[in-house]
Design a protein around this ligand. Sequence first.
Ligand code: GTP
Length: 360
Amino acid sequence: MMSDPNPTDAVILVGGKGTRLRPLTLSAPKPMLPTAGLPFLTHLLARIEAAGVKHVVLGTSFKAEVFEDYFGDGSKMGLEIDYVFETEPLGTGGGIRNVLPKLRGDNVMVFNGDVLGGTDLNAILETHEKTDADVTLHLVRVGDPRAFGCVPTDEDGRVSAFLEKTQDPPTDQINAGCYVFKREIIEQIPEGRPVSVEREVFPNLLAEGKRVFGHVDSSYWRDMGTPEDFVRGSADLVRGIAPSPALEGPRGESLVHPGAGIAPGAVLIGGTVVGRGAEVGAGARLDGAILFDGAVVEAGAVVERSILGFGVRIGPRALVRDAVIGDGADIGARCELLRGARVWPGVTLPDGGVRFSTDV
Ligand code: GTP
């Protein structure tokens, strides 16, 4: 077969520090955090490959080497992956401009590296072609748009404004973090300084009268940037609510990886993931829990909607709910860690050391 003379490139921005997911992102960049047993980026790369886009450029900065160590030249996934490093993070727009020398085609599909999505990527490319847009944005309809920037479109699908978060949004269409650019638009982004695509590039293109269109749908969509969203997105992958060509076989209430040990009487529900070599003790209850490899939950402990980093230990009858526990932390028996708690890597809490109740 002849190769496509004018291929579409994919660019994935993966250079952010992922501060909202600390302390997990102190040791791994956000797009590499295990999600349903695979580095998060694997799910996005598999969707890109399934859409027929084969050349991918990763715009890296924070912990750049981790990506290349894992994905290499991309051939194992049927892709050709290039890496472009930013010494100083250049922001979303600057990151796109910085990969220009690696681009091959006239059109470039750009992705935020932390979005779990189910949209039809070829349908976005078709909208881009059909409208002869300079830039096409994937806009997704969400139930509560107040937490996001809204992007209204006119009857032809042309973007009319970029609005900041507001309590009274005029539309339920939000920027889904996936765009198709004509290459010449990327050439016009200022070089060598931080630029935000959302705050600078898009508003400027509108002001200049460029053809900016929206591709609107109601597909599965979740920005995985916070612990709450990461937990929900991971559970949705496990249960098959979020699609991923990288996951095989039937989906269910939990996903237990090889080498994990589950004692009798343990309950695993809510899209729980148990990593390789992890251990769950008798009578423990895991509901929407994510156990990275080697994590241990001892007998009678309860873990709900929480992430346990590599090698964490949760002591007998402890309660962990809506919390993030950093790699190697050791949580003593009967401790209670509730909503929003973040335990830093390697910290040891003695038995009964943190409680929300007065029982002894
Ligand atoms: P927070 O610190 O928690 O806000 O996370 P973040 O640093 O990842 O920022 P954000 O979620 O806004 O980033 C959206 C996407 O763009 C993520 O996939 C980031 O990796 C990526 N990104 C953010 N800033 C940069 C940058 O300066 N350069 C590159 N190449 N990518 C970036």
